[in-house]
Design a protein around this ligand. Sequence first.
Ligand code: GLP
Length: 265
Amino acid sequence: MEVVLLPTPEDCGRVVADAVAGSVSAALNRGGPVVLGLATGSSPLLAYRELLRRHREEGLAFDGVEAFLLDEYVGLPAGHPESYRHVIRRELTDALGLDPALVHGPDGAAADPLHAARAYEAQLSAAGPVAVQVLGIGANGHLGFNEPGSSLASRTRVKTLTEQTRLDNARFFGGDVAAVPRHVITQGLGTILGAEHLVLVATGHAKAAAVAAGVEGPVTASCPGSVLQLHPHVTVVVDEAAGSRLVRADYYRNVLGHKLAAQGW
Ligand code: GLP
């Protein structure tokens, strides 16, 4: 696991963009289909803006890239402004020029969400592997919508949100927690581990405990983010606030400056 501790959220955005662009370009150069794993939420937004800038100003290519989301609310009608499929098109993929038919997410509006979850897992495994998966982390350590207690081997399925997560996400629903769905479809932790490269970004003090537990604590279902320790290729990018409870902070501050060029991402 490579942990990169940087001064500001803007620095994190640039480095996450570097890591994502590096993995996508390497996959495009190998030829064949490229699958990009995307997260919603506020954490990756600065990185997405930076990727868009590079696409517009520097010609960073995403031709033919297919995108898969981590998760989706159950019960929001298709096209709801806070449905994750809608959010990711608005924040990133439309402006990157990705064909909406190649931007996939679980079907949270399906009459049978359990079936929709299994269908999404099958669709992802037929298209995959994901070349690079962008991740945020919840204040309680959740990855995707895998709340604490989720099996480290879980696959895509329906989950019930904790009240903490519903409160955290009420800001996207005009502050009305009652409007936040109780159920979601999320890739499982085992599903997420199937990506070739995992890039997690976290900024702000509210994430400090989750980052410390995920990166330096024991591997446990009580902190879903700790599952990253089982993956061979992980980049964790945090700002000083989110990294403020990391014991090895000095080491993480020095990683980037002393990287061998050949190491890449
Ligand atoms: C949300 C999403 C996650 C996200 C996390 C953190 O509920 N399902 O994919 O990483 O919680 O959100 P944010 O980045 O807005 O803090």
